[in-house]
Design a protein around this ligand. Structure first.
Ligand code: ZN
Length: 641
């Protein structure tokens, strides 16, 4: 009161009309009675059962009993999801919520501000409550990411949990059970306690561990040991649409085993009691990559093993998710760590969390043999070319893209190149290549980013208690490897606008970016698998191979000027029906001439003739050796002994 009077006195002198009331309503301050999480033991226990057997309707029946309550209680549905870095908890899929105590219904009301919170009107006599609801898993891709099919399923526990407000989630004990279709196998970082029929009960864990431990299950599965001589079990748990897709050749198993050893050589420690790659080979559930501390969700092309030569493009997924056990789960940005799932996360350090993970994921893909050296170089060429041409960097700093998980939960975008999107992954990896080669240059080859990885992620071997970090911690660790003005190095690359992409790592690595009129084998296989015609670095467009519809167009490119926008369909090229070959032939024929390429487009219900004014021919990126002597990049990609 005193402060307000003082302020009014001061202001009334300086700005006479500052406090004059305007016409119209004033805001009602929201009243919220949701306890903030505290680091104290929850005085009861959660028991949760998820019945996953209704595969046809994709309905999960959830029963929860919660002891330790004392009268009125607030239950929370997880909103901010680890790994998503965003408030994407699927609360719209909860239905049929009923709460009871000793068999009698208990009233509940959703908080009008925090809509992920439920006020439960239990009486002080109620020491425990029962909670029943249905989780309505998406029935088609239109509704959301498919999680259940007739042959396999994915259960992320955050979808099926209501938990008490007021506690750090690591302080809430929970005992979970799952009912699966008969004769299905499952895998999870959770340890089973008992099984009765098709129901399995897991050993008690805390809620943080439960949410971090999804279950994959299926009709057709296979479990492969990735570290048979190690003390710490690491398994590849495959779940597939058909048994044929599970055929893993010995040499394929060998490179995944090598991945584990190369990661140990890099980090010099591990942070799990056991680790499971939950690997789905499916067209029936959506392919997804999501990191966890002692497991990861790895969904890639269903023919990853049976068409090994055609699916190299996706083989950095497991190294990426595995790296997250060190970078992201064990060591986590301080502003991203939260006490429970309803406190907002901040994503400012995702260029470390995701950017360096992207870097090590691709380096480990090469070191383990998942990629040969040429494949790793071809992937790097594609990344470098993307950022060399990206127009969005004219207005938007890389740092700002760390807000993208919150701004846009991966919805389609009309002008992705101009908007920029989650560039902290791939451009982040270029910054770390820049840093790695700089450390090598400054230390005359004695030190490298491997030393940073060991010093930063390899502490506390065997522990999986999270250790958080700040920007300053990253800078200090870099300085301990190689003294330099790392603050300026990083901030310049993170915050500057309209500067060239950070490609110094290529030059220092002994390579340069070039373009030829033929794609690399790596790109050819990737585009064939994705059924796309990628002409991003020539006319500036990516096209659906089959029907000629535009999937992505580069801002201000020749395609942009010819009105090739996302959603437009190319019907004809120079008077003949569209085909990928016809378009490529027309681009080649126009090279060095002044003749435009004539296209017939369909945009919505309009047809139009347009001219593509482009004369530089087909252009695909490659890396080429630059200079003589040993290339630092070759050493970065080489297996460690
Ligand atoms: Zn990641």
């Amino acid at each position: 009161m005193k402060l307000a009077v003082l302020a009014m006195t001061v202001c009334s002198v300086a700005v006479p009309f500052a406090f004059a009331a305007s016409a119209g309503p004033t805001a009602v301050a929201p009243v919220t009675a949701i306890a903030t999480p505290k680091d104290r033991a929850y005085p009861g226990e959660m028991r949760i059962t998820a019945d996953m057997s209704d595969l046809e309707r994709r309905i999960v029946h959830v029963h929860e009993s919660l002891s330790g309550i004392d009268g009125k209680t607030v239950l929370l549905y997880p909103q901010w999801l680890p790994g998503n870095h965003a408030p994407q908890g699927p609360i719209d899929r909860i239905a049929g919520l009923r709460i009871s105590a000793n068999g009698a219904p208990v009233a509940w009301a959703r908080d009008p501000v925090e809509v992920y919170a439920f006020h439960v009107q239990a009486s002080s006599a109620n020491k425990s409550i029962d909670i029943d609801f249905d989780y309505l898993s998406p029935t088609s891709p239109k509704v959301g990411r498919l999680e259940l099919s007739r042959d396999l399923l994915i259960l992320e526990w955050n979808s099926v949990v209501l938990y008490p407000a007021g506690y750090f989630v690591r302080q809430i004990p929970v005992q979970a059970s799952i009912t699966l279709p008969a004769n299905w196998q499952f895998a999870s970082a959770l340890e089973p306690m008992s099984a009765t029929g098709s129901r399995t009960a897991f050993k008690q864990v805390n809620l943080e561990t439960l949410i971090d431990s999804p279950v994959y299950a299926g009709r057709y599965s296979s479990r492969l040991d990735l570290d048979p001589s190690g003390n710490v079990p690491v398994h590849l748990d495959l779940f597939a649409d058909t048994p044929e897709l599970l055929a893993v050749k010995p040499e394929q198993l060998q490179v995944y085993r090598s991945l584990v050893q190369q990661a140990y050589k890099l980090f010099g420690a591990h942070h799990y009691a056991h680790y499971d790659f939950l690997y789905s080979l499916s067209d029936q559930v959506e392919q997804n990559g999501l990191e966890h501390h002692q497991s990861s969700e790895d969904g890639t092309d269903p023919t990853s093993f049976t068409e090994w030569d055609k699916t190299a493009y996706a083989r950095d997924l497991l190294p990426h998710e595995f790296t997250h056990s060190w970078n992201g789960k064990f060591r986590r940005p301080a502003d991203l760590w939260t006490a429970n799932y309803n406190v907002p996360m901040q994503d400012s350090l995702l260029w470390v969390y995701e950017g360096q993970t992207q870097y090590w994921g691709q380096v480990l893909a090469a070191r383990s043999g998942l990629w040969n050296k040429q494949e790793a170089l071809d992937q790097l060429a594609l990344t470098a070319a993307l950022y060399e041409t990206q127009t969005g960097r004219q207005w938007r700093a890389l740092q700002d893209t760390t807000n993208d998980p919150i701004i846009n939960p991966r919805r389609p975008m009309p002008w992705r190149d101009w908007q920029r999107f989650e560039d902290y992954y791939a451009e982040g990896s270029l910054i770390w290549l820049d840093a790695d080669t700089l450390i090598r240059e400054r230390s005359q080859g004695k030190r490298s980013l491997d030393d940073f990885a060991r010093a930063f992620f390899g502490i506390n071997d065997g522990s999986f208690t999270v250790v958080t970090y700040t920007f300053k911690d990253v800078v200090n660790a870099l300085n301990s490897v190689a003294p330099y003005d790392w603050t300026a190095f990083l901030r310049q690359r993170l915050d500057s606008i309209d500067k060239p992409a950070p490609l110094d790592g290529l030059r220092r690595g002994g390579y340069k970016l070039t373009y030829t009129d033929l794609p690399s084998d790596f790109q050819k296989a990737r585009d064939a698998k994705r059924k796309r015609l990628s002409l991003l670095f020539s006319i500036g467009v990516e096209i659906d191979d089959k029907d000629g519809s535009v999937l992505l167009a580069i801002w201000n490119s020749p395609a942009f000027k010819a009105r090739l926008i996302e959603g437009a369909q190319i019907l004809a090229v120079n008077g003949t029906a569209y085909s990928a070959d016809a378009l490529k032939a027309a681009i080649t024929a126009a090279k060095g001439t002044k003749l435009p390429i004539e296209l017939i487009l369909k945009i919505g219900d309009r047809f139009m003739v347009t001219s593509l004014d482009y004369h530089e021919g087909l252009r695909y990126p490659h890396l080429e050796r630059d200079g003589a002597g040993a290339a630092r990049l070759d050493d970065i990609l080489a297996a460690r002994n």
